[in-house]
Design a protein around this ligand. Structure first.
Ligand code: SF4
Length: 317
């Protein structure tokens, strides 16, 4: 059996035994699937579930949603945040109810053209509601594919989007594309998790690159560094001439103190913010360079906690 066939077969076998029951999963009503996908766009399943059930009860079909006053729709949405989603939902419901005479579009292109529907949501609706062969690509899919195939392309790049989309599409079976899409997302959410994936109980492990090479902690790779704001408590900070690093600056962040900060040029200035990388503890990025200097953030890895104390101090906020 080739690797593609192995992946497909094991994934669908696992899904048959382990799929997570959700109220929208047994559905093939595109209205309900669309509703669940819009609600879950920036919301966890546990948080979105009661909203979905409430929407279905108050607006059982697209026409009833379209005919509801916007205030009522926004009220039902209250607490979910990102209210543009609710407005787009309402506007799209009016479009389907009016222009399309209440008939939900049944092609990928027409679904993708709906307001508030991106590539992922269009593929999800097309495959779940209409059995169309369009592969979904979300964080879970990136993780499973990256680990199984040992793909090291940073997943937050346009190149990766093309590469992973093409692979997911190749893997998608022409029969049961909706189950396959759901299976890979469920596996990523429950087994091939970001931390501590359950490889030994995963049916894919005999052929999984990350498992065989012990690289589950390294994959998938991201190029962008997430950061949070750090506020300086000092009033000034000077960079010593001809020195690449400012040796006298100190920061106390997450229990470690850094005694050198990066600087790619000789200059003197008063920085007001720094960034601390959440993903890679120990990496600090300079922020708020004088705009004229236009310097790119420059990473500096601190491998071990350094002695605390000294001045100036930079405190995490
Ligand atoms: S074996 Fe481990 S890393 Fe590979 S797909 Fe399964 S859970 Fe993910």
């Amino acid at each position: 059996m080739d690797t593609h066939a192995f992946f497909r077969e094991k994934l669908l076998t696992w899904f048959a035994q382990n799929h997570r029951p959700m109220p929208w999963k047994a559905e093939n009503d595109p209205y309900r699937i669309w509703l669940s996908e819009i609600i879950l766009q920036q919301t966890r399943v546990e948080q979105g579930m009661p909203y979905y059930l409430n929407f279905i009860e108050r607006f059982p079909d697209v026409t009833q949603l379209a005919n509801a006053p916007e205030d009522e729709v926004l009220k039902a949405w209250e607490g979910l945040g990102y209210y543009s989603r609710a407005r787009n939902l309402h506007e799209t419901a009016k479009f389907i109810s009016g222009e399309l005479k209440g008939v939900f579009p049944d092609s990928y292109t027409a679904i993708r053209a709906l307001k508030g529907v991106g590539d992922y949501t269009a593929a999800a609706i097309a495959s779940f509601a209409f059995g169309l062969p369009h592969a979904v690509l979300d964080g879970n899919v990136y993780r499973v594919l990256s680990r199984f195939w040992g793909i090291e392309t940073p997943t937050d790049t346009p190149k990766a989007k093309k590469e992973f989309a093409a692979l997911a599409q190749q893997l998608l079976p022409s029969e049961r594309p909706g189950d396959f899409n759901q299976a890979i997302m469920d596996l990523g959410a429950t087994v091939c998790t970001p931390r501590l994936p359950q490889c030994t109980s995963c049916l894919l492990h005999p052929e999984c690159c990350a498992f065989r090479l012990n690289k589950t902690g390294e994959l998938p790779i991201k190029s962008k560094i997430r950061s949070k704001r750090i506020v300086f408590s000092s009033t000034s900070w000077s960079i010593t001439a001809n020195k690449r690093w400012c040796k006298n600056a100190k920061a106390k962040i997450s229990g470690a103190t850094c005694t050198s900060f990066p600087c790619s040029k000789q200059h003197r200035y008063r920085p007001t913010t720094m960034k601390y990388c959440n993903a890679c503890p120990g990496i600090f990025l300079m922020g708020n360079y004088p705009p004229a200097r236009n310097l790119a953030p420059y990473p500096n890895r601190i491998d071990k906690p350094l002695p605390t104390g000294g001045s100036p101090q930079f405190l995490a906020k």
